[in-house]
Design a protein around this ligand. Sequence first.
Ligand code: GRF
Length: 187
Amino acid sequence: MVKKNTCVFISGHGSNLKSLINYSRIQNFPINISLVVCNKIDANGILYAKKNSIPYLIVNTKKRNFENIIINEMKKYKISLICLAGYMKIISKKFISSYGKKIINIHPSLLPKFKGLNTFERVLKNNEIKTGCTVHYVNEKLDSGKKIIQKSFFINKNDNIKILKQKTQKLEYRAFSEAIIKIYRYN
Ligand code: GRF
């Protein structure tokens, strides 16, 4: 099996990146992490790229052509999948069409509920019974592309934002890897 070259976009802690790197080491897992793109110079996640000798690109999103810089870098690595893993910047319509291949995102809610930021606060405020995470394709609308996989759990009475985040992230690592397997098994 030839693994697909994948680029992971991050902005922060990078725990999903770390998990994807670990999965990518499994022989039959469909992807390699060939490049990491980050829009924050001090993001912790860059350490996982460095530690694992994965090339990384830090972009300055204040530059008008920063998305072209990313596209050009991805060409060098023949990237055929982009995984958005906590990338806190909206991908432009132009970027999506000029890249033209698969882009997926992980979101910490049961989409279509709670698109956007501050999900855990809103989930609690709304007295939801369940929550979870969703892996979906990226289109030009925020958190709105076709769903690939969703995983959920029941919320306990004592769950607070911190606990919900921990429980959700644990599920995210599995959801991301299963979504990737699903994409390449059926496509
Ligand atoms: C994840 O919870 C993901 O759902 C959201 O951003 C968070 C990133 O976490 N989009 P990490 O940087 O992978 O630890």
